[in-house]
Design a protein around this ligand. Structure first.
Ligand code: PLP
Length: 388
């Protein structure tokens, strides 16, 4: 059976061009980039090229790029750097819909005496910025960092990062954004947006798992999160993951070249899938603001059925997607994102996230569009909550 893979916000396939560029660095070209000999030095030069390519994706300079092991490490490194730099500041501002990489670190810091403000979102998943701006006015001197995601991994809703970064900079407050989902899907320009730190993750943009980036704006002090060797100009110890960094360089170059296609062809496929599912399946609704949204993401709730059961039946016909439940925690409660948006329980429970990549086709959308109505109908027939 052919697999229709629409779970690209979870992870993406490594692009063949990326794999090809990585392969020699697992075998023949295994030198340590820090070595004095030219065998290692040649790898160092290839790392520099990768750094330039990643920088180019977000309009940074190569010196502002710090390679990490993943998006989670980048998020942790940014927030921990801010609190280490400002030990007297005990307040962190974030949102109620962040990825666990930020959310759980903030919860941990609360146990260490920090106050965390979790900014609410509205019914459409948009940031309610009033509390943010009033807290920035009243507590500016106590805020160590503001950390807000550029785009949400479940709904694709985009936050007004530029506006917040500008206001934070006016107040002299550090601003970090988790752009793990935004990168490669919408243009990102760190110079124009004025963010201080920004996280990326390789495996969301067709590079391998286990490689991430933290952009640190030139001039921002950055105590290393991993203390060790001199790598990354002393900002992250540990011998470089050379093959993956080189892969991420290639993936970044490809992602930049494909932004136009993301905005047109992939957005078109997502919109087609969305309108057909809404038309063919009664009592279905989209979660989140539809305009300011990543072009590849569709979070759709089907009333009176359960996400995990839908996924199981989808799996039987070869379709991969995600549900909107907090299944990672072993519970079937709706995710913290859908709960923060106050999505009614009935549809939050039956929420499925489709997330597309450049590899998806119209034929695949047609397969999903044909497969979904009978699946939902079958589950509703046995649902005690389906009264229509
Ligand atoms: N931030 C967001 C918004 C994400 O979606 C993810 C992964 O799902 C992460 C951070 C964590 O990235 P990684 O898996 O590279 O640690």
């Amino acid at each position: 059976m052919n697999i229709v893979y629409t779970d690209n916000n979870a992870t993406t396939r490594v692009a063949p061009e990326v794999l090809e560029e990585m392969m020699p660095y697992f075998s023949d070209l295994y030198g340590n980039p820090s070595s004095m000999h030219s065998f290692g030095g040649n790898v160092g030069r290839k790392l520099q090229e990768a750094r330039e390519r990643v920088a180019d994706l977000i309009n940074a300079t190569p010196l502002e790029i710090v390679f990490t092991s993943c998006g989670t490490e980048s998020d942790n490194a940014a927030i921990m750097a801010a609190i280490e730099l400002n030990p007297e500041k005990k307040h962190i501002i974030t949102s109620a819909v962040e990825h666990p990489a930020v959310k759980n670190l903030c919860a941990h810091l609360e146990t260490k005496g920090y106050t965390v403000t979790y900014l609410p979102v509205d019914r459409e998943g948009r940031l309610e910025s009033e509390l943010l701006y009033s807290t920035m006015e009243s507590k500016a001197d106590d805020i160590a960092i503001i950390s807000l995601m550029w785009a949400n991994n479940e709904t694709g809703v985009i936050f007004p990062v530029e506006e917040v970064a500008r206001r934070a900079s006016d107040k002299g407050i550090l601003f970090h954004t988790d752009a793990v989902q935004a990168a490669g899907k919408i243009p990102i320009d760190v110079k124009a947006s004025g963010v201080d730190m920004l996280s990326l993750s390789g495996h969301k943009i067709h590079a391998p798992k286990g490689i991430g980036v933290l952009y640190v704006k030139n001039g921002i002090k950055f105590p290393p999160f991993l203390k060790g060797g001199h790598q990354e100009r002393g900002r992250r110890g540990g011998t470089e993951n050379t093959a993956s960094i080189i892969g991420l360089g290639k993936a970044s170059e490809l992602a930049k070249g494909h932004l136009g296609e993301m905005d047109t062809r992939i957005r078109g496929l997502r919109d087609y899938l969305e309108s057909e599912l809404l038309a063919r399946i009664p009592s279905s609704s989209v979660n989140g603001e539809r305009r300011d949204r990543l072009p590849n993401t569709l979070s759709i709730g089907f009333d009176a059925v359960e996400g995990e059961s839908i996924l199981l039946l989808m799996d039987q016909v070869g379709i991969c997607a995600s549900s909107g439940s907090a299944c990672t925690s072993g519970s079937l409660d709706p995710s913290h994102v859908l709960m923060a948006m106050k999505v009614p329980f009935e549809s939050a429970h039956g929420t499925i996230r489709f997330s597309l990549s450049l590899y998806n086709t119209k034929e695949e959308m047609d397969h999903i569009i044909e497969a979904m109505p009978p699946i939902i109908e079958k589950l509703r027939a046995i649902s005690p909550f389906w009264k229509k």
